[in-house]
Ligand binder design. Structure first.
Ligand code: NAD
Ligand code: AKB
Length: 316
């Protein structure tokens, strides 16, 4: 059985990815790695390593000594946090990727998953049904780092045969762990406030449509892409992937079906400019044609699941 390492395992995606991969591959074969000192209780049934992806020597030694075959590299600063600390965001989002790509080039690592984002697109990209191949002029440090990362992934595949796979995730919606500083985070925060029966102040305009996806779909897509035969993975930069798309007003209306008294007001902040530069909806026909992607969750199902499962005590 291959040994899998997930770096950035304690975050919004990592937590659920570790849980799912451990179900499929056995807990002992899936190592959770993160810069955090403590392994969260929810991941305590398998191995945990405290590692800083920027400590290249430690990461190399750990991967080589532990015979890690597959790496999921999730550690990054997301869009909103990255705008507050551009130098560090560039460093974190790029340096770790080179460490792992180089380990694969040297044949220590056999397969890599590295997530990109809808943030690779920019204000000059067609906003609706954004194609796989189109104008890409990202205007955020996060988007620039993701676009550069995509170029490097494709380069390492073409030049060195590195088996690296990637998805341009839309905004991900989940209740297991809290999101880590993105522009799409409102679409998670809103459920906690709806459950607390409070009003919610949204940091985006009511009509800001963005591509979104329920986490279970994102985790399934990630594992399906990683398990697809190599010849089916024709895009080696990153795949467009679509789940659902909605505005804050549409999400509020879907929540009000279950909580009619819930009210949202709109006070856009700096994240509005980021949202305005991103697509409203995504054409993911390459992922559908190449490795059979199909989403399972629409907005209404996702809203029902979120309202049932979010736990506001996590906000403390
Ligand atoms: P997150 O912020 O929730 O989690 C990131 C994790 O990385 C955290 O647990 C953090 O402790 C860890 N980390 C930070 N610095 C580290 C370091 N130096 N070394 C090791 N670990 C470190 O992020 P997420 O939402 O889970 O996103 C994971 C990846 O997916 C990122 O690359 C992100 O850009 C991408 N992505 C996420 C979304 C989304 O909506 N969540 C959408 C598109 C792309
Ligand atoms: C963010 O908002 O930064 C992320 C993303 C879409 O990459 N959720």
């Amino acid at each position: 059985m291959s040994k899998i390492l997930i770096i950035g395992a304690c975050g919004q995606i990592g937590t659920e990815l570790v849980l799912e991969l451990r179900k499929l591959k056995g807990a002992e074969n899936v190592i959770a790695g993160d810069v955090r000192d403590e392994c969260p209780a929810i991941l305590a049934d398998g191995p945990y390593v405290k590692m800083d992806i920027l400590d290249r020597a430690f990461v190399r030694e750990y991967i080589i000594e532990n015979h890690v075959d597959e790496v999921y590299l999730l550690a990054a600063l997301l869009s909103a946090t990255a705008e507050k600390n551009p130098d560090f965001a560039w460093r974190l989002n790029m340096e770790g990727l080179f460490t792992i790509l180089d380990l694969a080039k040297e044949k220590y690592v056999k397969k890599i998953f590295w997530p990109s984002s809808i943030a690779v697109f920019g204000p000059t990209t067609p906003r609706y049904n954004t194609p796989q191949y189109t104008v890409m002029e990202p205007s955020t440090v996060y988007g620039i780092s993701k676009q550069a990362g995509e170029r490097w992934c494709e380069y390492y595949f073409n030049k060195f045969g590195v088996d690296v796979r990637s998805i341009r995730y839309p905004g991900l919606i989940s209740y297991t762990s809290l999101p880590g500083g993105g522009t799409t985070d409102y679409a998670v925060d809103i459920f906690y406030q709806a459950k607390l029966k409070k009003d919610y102040t949204c940091f985006l305009r009511d009509d800001s449509a963005l591509p979104m996806m329920y986490m279970a779909d994102a985790i399934r897509a990630t594992i399906e892409l990683m398990e697809a035969p190599a010849e089916k993975v024709r895009v080696r930069s990153s795949y467009n992937l679509s789940g659902c798309s909605f505005t804050p007003a549409q999400l509020t209306a879907a929540i009000r079906v279950h909580r009619p008294d819930f009210n949202v007001s709109y006070v856009p902040d700096f994240r509005q400019q980021i949202a305005d530069s991103w697509p409203a909806s995504i054409d993911d026909s390459s992922a559908r044609n190449d490795w059979g992607w199909k989403e399972h969750f629409g907005t209404a199902e996702m809203v029902e699941i979120m309202l049932e499962n979010v736990d506001p005590s996590k906000l403390n």
